[in-house]
Design a protein around this ligand. Structure first.
Ligand SMILES: Nc1ncnc2c1ncn2[C@@H]1O[C@H](COP(=O)(O)OP(=O)(O)OP(=O)(O)O)[C@@H](O)[C@H]1O
Length: 259
């Protein structure tokens, strides 16, 4: 953790409401260059809302978000150039081939045509899609589509990579590859913000874990420090801090409902 350097992302007193419902409550965070942040929390805790604010997709919020010293309110376009975003679900324009799709994405980032074409081909090959470059994506499996989404998030070589459940649909080999990739990207100095429900993976790849519950950060630290303070596995830390024990009777209720 490079806590002696200037934070790359500064979140100050960030709040967001939908109507009367406040889903983010005065979040303040400093994220440093090269950190791999594992962002976890129960369904509805506010993870995607945080990510959408960080990626400029939700422009109306209270508080301040600075990326590389630039304010999200002042210059969201400049911030978007520094960020690669891999959403959990995205429209992939499935009538396109992956090459056509990546060409479209790269042009949105004003990438040089030749660089874009070379890099798209190399990345598709590296992700095992070398033989599918010219196939329409409506013929792709879920995992193949997920790989194309991942490529689209790193294509412009951004400083910050935000991943929302990047492993959904990937087979065991691809999961190993992505875990390694996250570590390698971090060694290259990239800052990674990784949202997931897969505790075992978060535990392994993150050097800082943020646990959000009901719109508030309830734990922030390395896996080692969270373990010492709370429980022996990240799953148990999660359960302890998000009140899973209160609803432990839910499986009984499901089984009983089948009677
Ligand atoms: N566009 C919207 N309009 C109204 N309420 C919304 C909207 N988007 C999200 N919410 C609500 O905000 C809360 C936080 O949602 P968010 O998607 O950020 O949670 P999450 O932590 O990403 O959950 P999950 O793990 O299920 O993806 C939820 O209660 C959700 O119902």
């Amino acid at each position: 953790m490079n806590s002696d350097t200037t934070p790359l992302i500064q979140i100050r007193n960030l709040s967001k409401s939908y109507g009367d419902k406040q889903v983010l409550k005065h979040l303040s965070l400093d994220i440093y260059p090269g950190q791999v942040i594992g962002y976890i929390g129960p369904n509805g805790a506010g993870k995607s809302t945080t990510v959408k604010i960080l990626t400029g997709l939700i422009p109306d919020f209270n508080g301040e978000v600075l990326v590389d010293g630039i304010s999200m309110q002042d210059d969201p376009q400049e911030i978007k150039r520094r960020i690669g975003y891999v959403p959990e679900n995205a429209e992939l324009y499935e009538v396109l081939t992956p090459l056509e799709y990546l060409d479209f994405i790269g042009k949105l980032y004003n990438m040089d045509e030749k660089l874009l074409n070379d890099r798209a081909r190399r990345l598709l090959t590296a992700f095992g899609l070398g033989n599918n470059m010219d196939d329409r994506m409506d013929t792709f499996s879920k995992g193949m589509r997920q790989k194309v989404l991942l490529i689209s998030g790193i294509l412009h070589n951004p400083q910050i990579i935000i991943l929302d459940e990047p492993l959904s649909g990937l087979d065991a080999n691809a999961v190993i590859m992505i875990k390694e990739l996250i570590q390698r990207l971090s060694q290259e100095g990239k800052t990674i913000f990784y949202c997931s429900h897969m505790m075992d993976v978060v535990e392994k790849v993150s050097d800082r874990i943020l646990l959000i519950n009901k719109g508030e950060i309830v734990a922030d630290g390395t896996f080692e420090s969270l373990k010492q303070n709370h429980a022996d596995t990240l799953e148990r830390v999660f359960a302890k801090l998000t009140g899973r024990s209160e609803s432990a009777g839910e499986t009984d209720a499901i089984i009983n409902a089948l009677d």
